[in-house]
Design a protein around this ligand. Structure first.
Ligand code: TXA
Ligand code: MG
Length: 411
């Protein structure tokens, strides 16, 4: 796997980027590349063989369609009106539906995916749309992603670059972790700024709907003309009262965002407005650790992801279980604090891995997938995650991912 770093005024980088673009045009194995949301696994969206390469690298079900990434609006117009050249056709009605204009001008390039009618005949490989009459399109804001698409001069179909069911990848090494041996090239652009995927909206129906919460918030979408009455078509949002409609974005019915360990999400104190993991919740952690221990497990290793930082020397106490650790001053984000879990008698019953990803929703979004992966590498039996208040901001995207990761039944 080749590695590439974005460095300004580095002609070597441009050379590698050009090579990656040429690779995308000619080879059938996808390329890992950064976007501002998460890393993508990109392939030429116009060639079946290369799009098939995505599904096999990801081990992704074939009926889950892919997002098409474009570098400019003319590239998008060519997909919507195959027999006409969009740019040479500005006098006639624009092939981009009017409803999307306010969103495009405000959020593109950026973390928003819009559903568009596929043209007939289609310019996209049929595997992109998985048999649907629409396709999802997005113009990412990452300069590296935009340059890659522009240099390849092809729309790039790209799902998140994780193996199917795993947490999305927000660093090049996360991509490598899942894709080693399956792909040949990853462009390393550092950590992703947003950290959760794009918001997916459908403006082809009335009223328009949000199919997946993401980097652009519901409040932001609502403030756009024609989108004031946007409905929520995913299940876990407060406004749908947990009842939401049947999945309209096919990806919603699959197991998602899951680390290997079982995830337990604490939402209780979100409602209480309390901060941090309460004594009561810690008691639940203890009960679980104890019962696993009694069930004959030699040791129970537990991961905790929370918003507050581990305070030096504090240790984590839960009922009669106690975590005694070598705690440090000046905890760096995504620094995992490791300590021993002791029972009442002082015997070591397992380990505790404690990780803080910050207080505000933006930093939680940024660190979430990395935190899940970071803990998972330590092979805990359980990962407890502290929920954050689910408002119409990026917290909705965070909680949506966490609820899926924590769901026992994913059907
Ligand atoms: O931020 C993102 O959107 C990232 C980066 C790489 O751009 N991509 C991403 O792709 O998250 P993926 O494949 O992991 O998720 C795409 C989502 C799925 O939920 C899929 O079902 C939905 O978009 N989708 C794609 N095309 C669709 C269509 N025609 N109709 C309904 N939903 C669609
Ligand atoms: Mg995904």
């Amino acid at each position: 796997v080749g590695s590439w770093e974005l460095a300004s005024e580095d002609n070597g980088s441009l050379k590698v980027l050009k090579e990656a673009a040429e690779y995308l045009r000619s080879k059938d194995t996808p390329v890992g590349f950064p976007t501002e949301t998460v890393y993508g696994l990109g392939a030429d969206a116009t060639r079946s063989a290369s799009v098939k390469g995505i599904y096999s690298a990801k081990r992704r079900p074939q009926d889950n369609p892919l997002i098409v990434h474009v570098s400019d609006l003319d590239m998008l117009r060519r997909l919507l009106a195959p027999e006409m050249n969009g740019s040479a056709n500005t006098q006639q009605t624009d092939v981009i539906p009017e409803i999307y204009k306010p969103l495009i001008s405000r959020f593109w390039p950026g973390p928003l995916t819009i559903l568009l009618p596929n043209s007939e005949p289609s310019k996209l490989a049929p595997e992109v749309t998985a048999g649907l009459k629409t396709f999802g399109a997005r113009m990412p804001s990452s300069p590296l992603a935009l340059s890659l698409i522009k240099l390849a001069n092809r729309p790039l179909a790209a799902p998140s670059a994780n193996a199917s069911t795993r947490p999305s990848a927000t660093t090049a090494s996360d991509v490598l972790e899942d894709m080693d041996g399956r792909i040949e090239l990853i462009l390393d652009g550092g950590s992703c700024q947003v950290g959760v995927e794009s918001t997916v909206v459908d403006g082809l129906c009335s009223p328009p709907v949000v199919l997946r919460p993401g980097g652009v918030t519901l409040d932001e979408i609502r403030s756009c003309q024609g989108w004031e009455d946007v409905q929520i078509a995913y299940k876990d949002h407060a406004e749908t009262n947990g009842k939401g409609e049947a999945p309209r974005a096919p990806g919603m019915k699959y197991k998602h965002y899951s680390p290997k360990a079982r995830v337990i999400l604490y939402e209780a104190f979100v409602a209480d407005g309390a901060k941090g993991i309460s004594q009561e919740d810690l008691a639940k952690i203890e009960a679980l650790a104890t019962s696993a221990h009694q069930a004959g497990q030699a040791s129970t290793n537990i991961g905790v992801i929370r918003t507050e930082k581990w305070t030096s020397g504090a240790g984590l106490r839960c009922g009669s279980l106690q975590a005694k650790g070598k705690s440090q001053d000046g905890v760096v984000e995504l620094d995992v604090q490791e300590s021993e879990l002791l029972n009442k008698e002082g015997a070591v019953v397992g380990k505790l891995f404690d990780l803080s990803i910050g207080q505000d929703a933006k930093s939680v979004a940024q660190g979430l997938f990395q935190a899940l992966r970071e803990l998972d590498r330590r092979k805990p039996d359980l990962i407890f995650v502290e929920g954050i208040p689910d408002k119409n901001d990026i917290a909705a995207a965070v909680m949506n991912r966490l609820r899926k990761a924590a769901a026992e039944i994913r059907s």
